[in-house]
Design a protein around this ligand. Structure first.
Ligand SMILES: [Zn+2]
Length: 155
């Protein structure tokens, strides 16, 4: 397993099936960035770009992602910052730190969407027309999807 120290941006419509290590795939239509874990474990890291998840900065050459990428649900527990294309390794978090961050993330999303998180998916995919009957709550809310990315699927 070889650590990746630099990430080159690749702007794509859709993220390819097979990811190249050292490439940060950025899909503007899907507002998502995806890359292979920089530790070399080969796991796919998905970072949704939203006002309450990650922000991406592109300076014409390299990309930065903020905040840091923490793969707590993966065996490698990798934690790093992508800063102008450079991977800066950070210390792994403790369980308590992860839980605090999770609570902060929840609060930020609740404040941003202004209503319970379970309904957030409806904001992302608004009703298509006036005649559309009210839909039941989606089983897989956006929040759960994000949590699955961050912490792995529930048991
Ligand atoms: Zn890894």
């Amino acid at each position: 397993m070889e650590r990746v120290e630099r990430l080159q941006p690749s702007f794509v419509e859709e993220v390819p099936e097979k990811l190249q290590p050292g490439v940060l795939y950025v899909s503007i239509p899907y507002a998502t960035a995806v890359h292979c874990c920089c530790c070399g474990c080969g796991e796919e890291i998905v970072t949704p770009l939203t006002p309450t998840d990650w922000r991406m900065t592109y300076d014409g050459e390299s990309v930065s992602l903020s905040p840091s990428v923490g793969s707590w649900s993966l065996p490698c527990k990798s934690h790093y910052v992508i800063d102008r294309g450079k991977v800066r390794w950070a210390a792994a978090w403790t369980k308590a730190q992860i839980e605090r961050q999770w609570a902060r993330d929840r609060a930020a999303k609740a404040a941003y969407y202004g209503r319970p998180l379970e309904a957030a998916a409806e904001i992302v995919s608004p009703p298509v027309g006036e005649t559309t009957p009210p839909r039941p709550h989606p089983k897989r809310s956006l929040f759960k999807v994000v949590v699955n990315w961050l912490f792995g699927p529930p048991d």
